[in-house]
Design a protein. Sequence first.
Lengths: 272, 276
Amino acid sequence: MSTERRKVESRNDVFVERTETKIWLEVEDQHNPYLADSCLCHGYDLLELTQKRSFVEVLYLLFRGELPGIDEARLLEQLMIALINPGPRHPATRAAMTAGVGSTDREHILPIALSIYGGSHLGAGEVEPAMDWLRKQRKHDPGQVAKELIANGTPPGEGDWHIAPGFGSRFGGVDPMATKIANHLSSLPGTHETLTWGCEFARALNSHTLGWLSPAIAAAVFTDLGFSPRAGAGLFQLLGAPGLLAHGVELSNKPVTAMPFVKDENYVIQYE
Amino acid sequence: MSSNMNNSSYRLWDERRGKIQSKKGGWVVGNGIFNHGYSMMDDLVGKASYMQVLVLNATGRLPERPLADWFEACHICMSWPDPRIWCNQIGALGGTSRASVVAATTAGVLAADAKTYGSKPLLQGVQFIQSAMQDHRRGVSAEEIVSNACAKHRGKPNITGFARPLAKGDERVVAMERVQKQLGLPTGEHLQLALQIESTLMKQFNESMNINGYASAFLSDRGYTAEEIYRIFAIVVNSGITACYVDTNDKTPDAFLPLRCTDIEYTGKLARPVPC
C-alpha cells in the first residue's frame, strides 16, 4: 500500500460550538462572566434545594430530571444505606486499605478503590448488564427463566457461577446478606416490578446454591426508579464509595505492618 | 490459618487463605527477584529492553529484541502530545487543576479504555482479523469479508481496524511499515489479508487501514491473542497524556480552555420553585 493511498485528510466533522446540558445552569454573575451567581438543577435553585430537599432527593433529581415521590426517595435512600460499604473483604475495599496503609496520597484512595469496584465480578461492571438483562427478562415467568438457565448453563470449572448478570453464588453459597437486603427493599411501599421479579427469580435459583448478588440488587432498584442503564455502573460506585473511603482512611495513618504481609513460606512461585 | 468449619462448597477459598501462588514470579528476599523464570537482576537488567520485559510481564513470553523494538515504535505512534485528543485532554485538565502527574496520567490512561480509541479497540481489531482469516482459509475472499462486515452495519464500512475518527488515512501505518522493514520482520498471512481488505475498502469507500488494524494483523501473525495484545498496550497512551499534563501544570491554574458560564449551553427546564 503506497504512502499516497494513506494520505491523511480531515473528515471535517462538524462539532458543536458549546457543550449542551439539560442538568445544570450556572447563571453568570453580572460583574464576572466566569463566576456563577446562582445554579439551577433541572430548573430548581440549588440553595432552595439545600433548604427543602434531602441529599437523596437531589441525587434522584440529577439523574431523572424530576424530584422523586416519597416511595422512590425512600427506596433509593435505603438502597444507598444497604450498599454503603462493600465490606472490608471486598477487593475494592482491600485496594483502599492497601493504598491507605501504603501511605498513598489520600486524594488517590477513593479513585483507586472505585477503579477496582468497576470490575465485572461483584462490581460496577456487572450492573449495566444486569439492568439490561432484567429489563428484558422481567416480562417472562421468573421460575421458567431460572429453569431454562439452569438447564442450559454450564458452571465454571472452579469458583462462583454467575448464571445471569448479578445473580449467582458467592464463595460457593447463596449470599444471605444480599438476599435479606433484596427482600427488605422489595417489602417497602411502592411498586417495584423488577425487584419483585428478581426476588422470585432468586428464590427459584436458591435450590441450586445461587441467588441475589449486590450488583443485581442495585440494578433492579435502579431499573424500578427509572435510571438509565448507562448510569448504573457509576451509581453503584457512588453508593459504595463511602465505605471504600472510610476503610482506606482508617488505615492511612498506620504503619505498613498494620496489614498482613504474606510470609515467604506462604508465597509460592509456580512456573508452568 | 485454621477454621473449625469445613465444607466442600468453600474448600477452594479455604485452600487459598493466607497464601499466594504466583505463576509470574516474585521477590525471594536474599535470593533474588524472579520473573517468569528469569532472574531479573542477572538475566534481564542490562540485557533485555524495557519493552521486552513489558511484553514478558503481559504475556509470559520474552519477545526477540526486533519485535520488542517494533512494540516500542508502535507505542510511540499511539500517543502524542495534543490535548484535543480525549485522553490527553484529561491529562491537561489534571495539570490545570494541579492534580499530581500520576493521577492525571493514570486518569487519562483510564479514559483510553474506550470503545472508539486507545487500547480496548485492539480486542475487536484482533477478533475481526483472526475471524476473517479463518473465513479466508475456508475460501472467503477479502471482498466477501468486507461485504459481510458491511452488511452488519447497514452497508457502512464500520470495521474495527479500518477507517478512524476525525481523519481519513493513517500516517502511523506508513511509519510502522517502514519500521517493520528496517527490523526485518516479515509480513504474514493476517497482515496480507488486512492489506487486501484495505484495498477493497479503498476502492469502495476510500477508507484505509488504521494503526489498530495494522497492529492487530501484524501481531496475529506472531501468535498473540486479542487479550494479550490488549494487555501489552494497556498504558499505550501514557506519554502523550503526561506531556499535556506538563504543559498545563506549568501554566496558570484553571486557565486551560477556560469556560464562561455561557460557554455551556443549558437546554433544561426553566427556573421553577421547589415544591414543598
